[in-house]
Write a protein of this length. Structure first.
Ligand SMILES: [Zn+2]
Length: 286
């Protein structure tokens, strides 16, 4: 399997880990966009991070990471749904030749949204800081939760990958000093991972290399695929958001309005009548 996330647990410690590797799904996201190489790699890191963080969501829903700064990119978005499907996009400014996180994104905000299929979504905001997406996310966990979390991300133009370690609430180990010792030990070993190992080594091989002396349990991998969540109803609703006057004038100018999905490139075509039909159908309770 080339696209998957895989959880592992250390026996006798309250630490969990997650590994993600993306290839076809990452290629699917960047295909047809002609992103500069550094932008594609940054998007690869966002996609990997969305899977690592999304892997903790147990309900039907999605996790979205969105960065907006004053750098060369207007926005970067990556989304992972609970079924392992991902999508993402980078919107470029006028000139893009930056090679790293700081130049591409500048100063701004990273927004993490967790959106259940039913119920209220919640958002967390964190400044674009520390010179990498991993540093931003670690800062978020430091600020907002008591769970120690470390993230390593990597991407070339073919593959993207990542590793997450997270301390779990006290359950097996009660001694605070032992908890700190175990956590630091796990992190020091994970810190020896080279970026290319996150891309080249299968999860089990990497874990064997890092934690040969530790008893760990590796769960079975979950597949990750590129799949867009756009739909005719969502697109119709987005069209309506332009306002009644604007929509009226569009249909006066042309018989058919085409709305393209910027994530997957799919075109949705509406006539005045078909738009009304979709909106009406959308109002019927399931
Ligand atoms: Zn789409």
């Amino acid at each position: 399997m080339s696209d998957y996330s895989q959880r592992f647990l250390f026996d006798d410690t309250d630490i969990r880990g997650e590994i993600v590797q993306l290839e076809a799904s990452y290629q699917g996201v960047v295909a047809d966009h002609q992103y500069p190489s550094a932008v594609a790699r940054l998007l690869g890191e966002f996609l990997s991070a969305s899977v690592l963080l999304g892997s903790t969501i147990k309900f039907d829903g999605r996790l979205v990471l969105q960065a907006r700064g004053d750098g060369e990119l207007n926005v970067v978005v990556a989304e992972c749904r609970h079924d392992g499907s991902i999508r993402g996009i980078a919107r470029l400014g006028e000139t893009v030749d930056g090679q790293d996180f700081a130049a591409l994104l500048g100063e701004g905000t990273l927004v993490m949204t967790v959106e259940p299929a039913v119920g209220k979504s919640y958002q967390s905001l964190v400044p674009l800081t520390g010179g990498s997406l991993a540093a931003c996310l670690e800062y978020y966990f430091q600020q907002s939760e008591q769970l120690m979390t470390k993230i390593w991300l990597s991407a070339d133009n073919h593959r993207a990958g990542g590793l997450l370690l997270q301390q779990l609430p006290r359950q097996l180990v009660m001694d605070p000093e032992a908890r700190v010792r175990q956590w630091e030990h796990a992190v020091i070993l994970a810190d020896t991972t080279r970026p290319e190992e996150l891309l080249d080594l299968a999860a089990e091989t990497l874990l064997q290399r890092l934690y040969a002396a530790e008893p760990i349990r590796v769960q079975s991998p979950s597949p990750v695929v590129f799949s867009c969540s756009c739909s005719v109803t969502r697109t119709a609703n987005a069209l309506v958001l332009l306002g009644k006057d604007e929509v009226d004038s569009l249909f006066t100018e042309m018989p058919e309005v085409v709305m393209g999905c910027e994530f997957c490139g799919k075109d949705y075509r509406f006539t005045r009548a078909s738009l009304a039909e979709v909106l009406l159908a959308g109002e019927v309770p399931h």
